[in-house]
Design a protein around this ligand. Structure first.
Ligand code: BES
Ligand code: MN
Ligand code: ZN
Length: 503
C-alpha cells in the first residue's frame, strides 16, 4: 500500500473512494459539507432518511453521488464533536480500513487528518493514520495453502486535506509512520511464526539477512563461544533442548562511532514449555510468542535503519528454547552467570531472566549510553496491568520518564512500576547468591530486581510486554508492540541531537 499527502478539494478528487466524516448526530464534517453542497444536498438527504447518524465505528458507502468525480463516497461515523481523542481517532481509521477492504476500491482519498484530535498535532495524525491503516490490512496467512482474498486490492491511499499544510514536516511524519508500521509488521510476522520454523538458528539467519540489507554489523555467538564467555546462566536454559542457543548482536552505527550506543536487549525464547517446571497444557501454544522481545528489537532496528536516524543502536538477542529434555536443568540446580554471581534455579520456568542476565552483562562491552531490555517476562504483569499497558521498571527515573513520554506520544501505553530495594529480599537463597524466583507477591517487580543485579554499571530500563505483545482468543496474533514506543524514543533522541547541533 502506498501513501501520499495532498492538499485538495473533495469535489476535485477522481479517486475510487472519497472518505469523509460525519459527527453525531448527523453533523457533517467540513469536507462532507463541501461534497454535500456540490451534490445539491444529496448526502444530508440520505442522512435525514436515518441511514446513518454518525456514531463511532459506523460507516455508510454511497455510489453515484451527484456531481462527484469519485466512484464512491464512504461516510464514516466520528462520534460526538469535540470528543475525538487518540482512541476515537484510531478507531475511526480502523473502521475506515475495514470497510475499504470490503469494497473493490483500489485507491482512496481520506479527509480525516484535518479532524481535530485532542492534544495531537497534524504530524501525529498523519503517522498514526499510516500505522493503523497498515494494522487494519495486516493478515498472517503465509502458511495457509490457499490465501483468502490473496490479492490486496487497496493500493493507493491519499491523506487529503482542504487545509494548507507544511509539506516538509508532513512528509517526515509520513515516513516515520511508514517505518514504524514496517517495523511492527516485522515484529508481528516473527511473533506469529510457529516455533518449529522460528528457532534460534532461524533468527540468527534472519539477522544476517537483515545486516546485508541495511548495512548493519552482525555477530552470532554459538554455544561454544558462550561457554568461553562464562554464560552459564543462559546455557542452563538451552541445555534441555536439541536446538542450539545463539547470542545475536546487530549493530547500527548511524553517527560517529565515538558516541556511546543505545543498547536494546530482546528476550528470544522461541518456545517456552517451562522446562522441568512444565507449564500446563492450556494455551501453551502461545509460548511461541516468548520471543516477541527479540522480534521488537528486529522491528525497531529495521525502522531506524529505514529512517537513517543519526544515532548508534546495538541490538542484543539471547535466543534459545526452554525444553524439558534429559539434560535439562532441574529445580535446585545452581549455575554461575557471566557476571560471576551464582543463581539457584528454583523454577525452570523463570528462564527469561536467566538468559537476559548474561546478555545484560555482555552489553557492558559496548560501553552503552543506556540499555533497554524488552521481554515477555512475567504472567504477573498481565495480572497487574492487563493487556493494555507494558510494564516499565528502571534504575533511572529520568530514563523512565523519557520512555513514558515516548509511550504517550506513540499511543503505545506503558506504566511505571517501582523497583525499590525492599522487594529485593524476596530473591534470597540459602545456597547461592540469589534465587531465580521471588515468590507469588509482586512477580513483575522481583523479576526486575533480579535483572537489576546485572545492570549496575549503566542506566537501564526494562519493558515487560507479557500482556501487550500478542492478542489471545479469536484475535490471536502478535501486536507489533512495543515497536512504536521504541521507535518514538529513538526518534526523539535523534531529533534532540540534531537540534542541539544546530544551536
Ligand atoms: N514467558 C513466561 C511469562 C509469560 C507467561 C508471559 C504467560 C505471557 C503469558 C515466563 O518465562 C514465565 O514462565 N514466567 C513465570 C515466572 C514464575 C515461574 C516466577 C510466570 O510468570 O509464571
Ligand atoms: Mn517461562
Ligand atoms: Zn518465558
Amino acid at each position: 500500500m502506498e501513501f501520499s499527502i495532498k492538499n485538495d478539494n473533495p469535489t476535485k478528487q477522481h479517486s475510487a473512494c472519497i472518505v469523509v466524516g460525519v459527527f453525531e448526530t448527523r453533523i457533517l464534517s467540513y469536507a462532507a459539507k463541501i461534497l454535500d453542497k456540490n451534490s445539491n444536498g444529496y448526502i444530508s438527504s440520505i442522512l435525514k432518511n436515518g441511514d446513518m447518524d454518525g456514531k463511532l465505528e459506523s460507516t455508510l458507502l454511497l455510489y453515484n453521488v451527484p456531481n462527484s468525480k469519485g466512484n464512491r463516497v464512504l461516510l464514516v461515523g466520528l462520534g460526538k464533536k469535540n470528543e475525538i481523542c487518540d482512541r476515537e481517532y484510531r478507531s475511526i481509521i480502523r473502521s475506515t480500513f475495514n470497510k475499504l477492504h470490503d469494497t473493490g476500491a483500489s485507491n482512496a482519498s481520506l479527509y480525516l487528518i484535518e479532524l481535530s484530535v485532542k492534544n495531537r498535532t497534524l504530524s501525529w495524525k498523519i503517522s498514526q493514520t499510516v500505522i493503523d491503516a497498515m494494522e487494519g490490512i495486516y493478515r498472517s496467512d503465509k502458511l495457509k495453502s490457499k490465501r483468502s482474498n490473496s490479492k490486496q486490492k487497496l493500493q493507493k491511499i491519499t491523506l487529503s486535506t482542504t487545509k494548507k499544510i507544511n509539506t516538509v514536516s508532513s512528509n517526515e511524519a509520513l515516513q516515520y509512520g511508514l517505518a514504524t508500521a514496517d517495523g511492527m509488521n516485522i515484529a508481528k510476522d516473527l511473533g506469529n511464526l510457529p516455533a518449529n520454523i522460528c528457532t534460534p538458528t532461524y533468527l540468527a539467519k534472519l539477522a544476517s539477512k537483515m545486516a546485508k540489507k541495511y548495512k548493519l554489523k552482525v555477530t552470532i555467538l554459538t554455544q561454544e563461544n558462550m561457554e568461553k564467555l562464562g554464560m552459564g546462566s543462559l546455557l542452563s536454559v538451552a541445555q534441555g533442548s536439541n536446538e542450539p542457543a545463539k547470542l545475536i548482536t546487530l549493530e547500527y552505527w548511524g553517527q560517529n562511532k565515538k558516541e556511546r550506543p543505545l543498547v536494546l536487549v530482546g528476550k528470544g525464547v522461541t518456545f517456552d514449555t517451562g522446562g522441568i517446571s512444565l507449564k500446563p497444557a492450556a494455551s501453551m501454544d502461545e509460548m511461541k510468542y516468548d520471543m516477541c522481545g527479540a522480534a521488537s528489537v528486529f522491528g525497531t532496528i529495521t525502522a531506524i535503519a529505514k529512517l537513517k536516524l543519526p544515532i548508534n543502536v546495538v541490538g542484543i538477542i539471547p535466543t534459545t528454547e526452554n525444553m524439558p529434555g534429559g539434560k535439562a536443568t532441574k529445580p535446585g540446580d545452581i549455575v554461575t552467570s557471566m557476571s560471576g554471581q551464582t543463581i539457584e534455579i528454583l523454577n525452570t520456568d523463570a528462564e527469561g531472566r536467566l538468559i537476559l542476565c548474561d546478555a545484560l552483562t555482555y552489553a557492558e562491552r559496548y560501553n552503552p549510553e543506556l540499555v533497554i531490555d524488552i521481554a515477555t517476562l512475567t504472567g504477573a504483569c498481565v495480572v497487574a496491568l492487563g493487556r493494555v499497558a507494558t510494564g516499565l521498571l528502571s534504575n533511572d527515573n529520568k530514563l523512565a520518564s523519557e520512555l513514558l513520554s515516548a509511550s504517550e506520544e506513540a499511543a503505545d501505553r506503558a506504566w511505571h512500576l517501582p523497583l525499590w530495594s525492599d522487594y529485593d529480599e524476596q530473591l534470597r537463597s540459602n545456597f547461592a547468591d540469589m534465587a531465580n524466583i521471588g515468590g507469588r507477591d509482586a512477580g513483575t517487580i522481583t523479576a526486575s530486581c533480579f535483572l537489576a543485579r546485572f545492570t549496575k554499571k549503566y542506566r537501564w530500563a526494562h519493558l515487560d510486554i507479557a500482556g501487550t505483545a500478542w492478542h489471545s482468543g479469536s484475535k490471536k496474533g502478535a501486536t507489533g508492540r512495543p515497536v512504536p514506543l521504541l521507535t518514538k524514543f529513538l526518534m526523539k533522541r535523534a531529533t534532540k541531537k540534531i537540534s542541539r547541533k544546530k544551536a
